[in-house]
Design a protein around this ligand. Sequence first.
Ligand SMILES: [Zn+2]
Length: 275
Amino acid sequence: MPARPSADAPRHSEPKRLTDGPLEELTKPCGRCGVAVTRSVYPAGTTFGDIERATAMFCDACTTDLDAEEAEEAEREAVAAEAERRRRIFEAANIPPIFRDATFERCRRDGVPEHAVAAAERWGAGDLRGLLLVGPVGVGKSTLAAAAVSARIAGTARAAFWLTAPEMFAALGSGFENPTRDRVLTTLQSGRALVVDDVDKGRPTAYGAEQIYLAIDQRIVRQAPLLVTSNLDLEELRDRWPEEYGPAIVSRLVGHCELIAIKGPDRRLAAAENA
Ligand SMILES: [Zn+2]
């Protein structure tokens, strides 16, 4: 319960004079180091005079230290806020949990060939617009793609979106006001980085081929980053879709992307990729 005001406490209807009267010297110990600090203050009994008597005073050296500490704290908060922003972008990128801790170092350790890791590093750094990773199941394409998109988010703090081909068809084919569908459309219509993992998966219908074609074509038109993985090689990809789409998709991909073929298989990675 708040203390009851004493009888001589000023009432709101009788405001104290703010600053009236000659300045007085006030000496108090520094609120931080204890050294005596003398300041000119308004007389006791005035509003500002009483505030100055009631608040701590700091010597010049401590004032400088306090300013520096405040600046450091602001800097720490800014760094933490930026890290949190990147964490949220990463969370929203739809990378499957099994690939979320993928790093280039781990890819190298697991035997992914150096030319592939180096190309993925360039894509992750934003030095490469398109990357097409081709190779059989189990050579580490998805892990490498995940490492690349993680690096890209960490480096650019810009949104990226990971989709498998079947996920893309499911999202685009779903009803309006589906949040995943909205995110897919936003990604396709913006310059946001897109990863299409397993572009060869999903039923090779004309509808699916059309969606794949449009997704890739929009990346090219918007000069947007694109990373595609495929278990099929180019010739097999071309033949997978109806003939009005297959060759067009592959020629678009090859035109926009650096092609990296990874030979395999590697047992350890096969276990991870098929999990
Ligand atoms: Zn001090």
